[in-house]
Write a protein that binds this ligand. Sequence first.
Ligand SMILES: [Zn+2]
Length: 417
Amino acid sequence: MATTLFTNVRVLDASGAPPFNGEVLVCGERIAAVWPASADAVHRPPEAQGAGVVDGRGATLMPGLVEPHAHLSFLDLPRSIELGEIPPEEHTLATAANARRLLRAGFTSCLSAAAAKPRLDVAVRDAIEAGNLPGPRLLAAGPELTVTGGLGDVRLEHLYRENFAVVLDGASDLRRYTRQLCREGVDILKINISGDAGTPAAPSDKTVMTEAEVAAVCDVALAHGRRVAAHARNGAAVRLALRHGVEIIYHANLCDEAACDELEAQRERIFVAPTLGHTWTTLHEASAWGITTAMGQARGLDRELADGIRNMRELQRRGVRVLPGGDYGFAWNRNGTNARDIEHFVRLLGFSPMEAIVAATRLGGEIMGRPGDIGQIRAGFLADLLLVDGDPLADPGLLHQPRTPHRVFKAGVLQAL
Ligand SMILES: [Zn+2]
């Protein structure tokens, strides 16, 4: 079994405790021991004898990042209907390239919030697990399940068009397609319960999926042991999701008091990821693609962002797990820049840098369903590690704009990216 000894590193273990100068021993794919540095090497465990040494030269060693809202098959295009024009073969290769990009950016685990075609995530996940592709550990999703007129329905009456969603109406059609996705091996079912800004027939404050439709997807997911994630912006949509056991709530920015109460009541079971990145960049950085700040404001995005900031602060205060993940994969919010969300959490939500990093690592391990395995530097955990030059607590921006590329270790192995 290969052993690696990290010396001269500042260990940011993501327990929430302050970092310390220390050493970390990795045996095989797992962390074997972590200890504070001292002047002598007497206290090193015997397994450290003969280990390959990585001298961090004072760099920060932290757990690999987790992306809880990944869209590896979204190809940074300005218009989502362009996703529907890419054949599956080319689309698979491009999804694989994004998997490598996210790993290079420090993400060793990703939970998918939808793929643009049914088997893109599944095929890439399996190739990564087989060791045939570099990429993060991936929980695969299928396309977003939406209803006629809902987010992702881009059809026109006289034209066939598709993007990242499959349009289904009624419990029976949703049940059948959910079973099909389970058969094809997805881990995550994504349902668009509420509308969204920019979807004329279904704005963010509308709840367009019915109780019976949500129940149908959740029943099938439960039967197959899969998990459900919901696009739910307003309070009614959040409450509908929670009534049927949805575990991952995306956005929740227009939550009302009753929805906040219910999220708090279920906080041991559920996760919230507001996806600040996409809203922020659509408002402030999309003018090159024809979306000015004034246009974003006309869509109500400034109000949605302000409400979201207020609600996320409130949910964090109530002990709800609020995670980054900013809907990266669009022209102005590109895959590979995902760690910007950590900075958004600090700057917009008022999280401390430590709280934001813990949300992106330790809570990330929890949303991956592997709380004892992923997201901390502790004996027994997988050695998914990031060696960052500098101090991300002093400057969280280092995580997405490193002075030198991060060194990324997955299962104890330095990734050549
Ligand atoms: Zn998304």
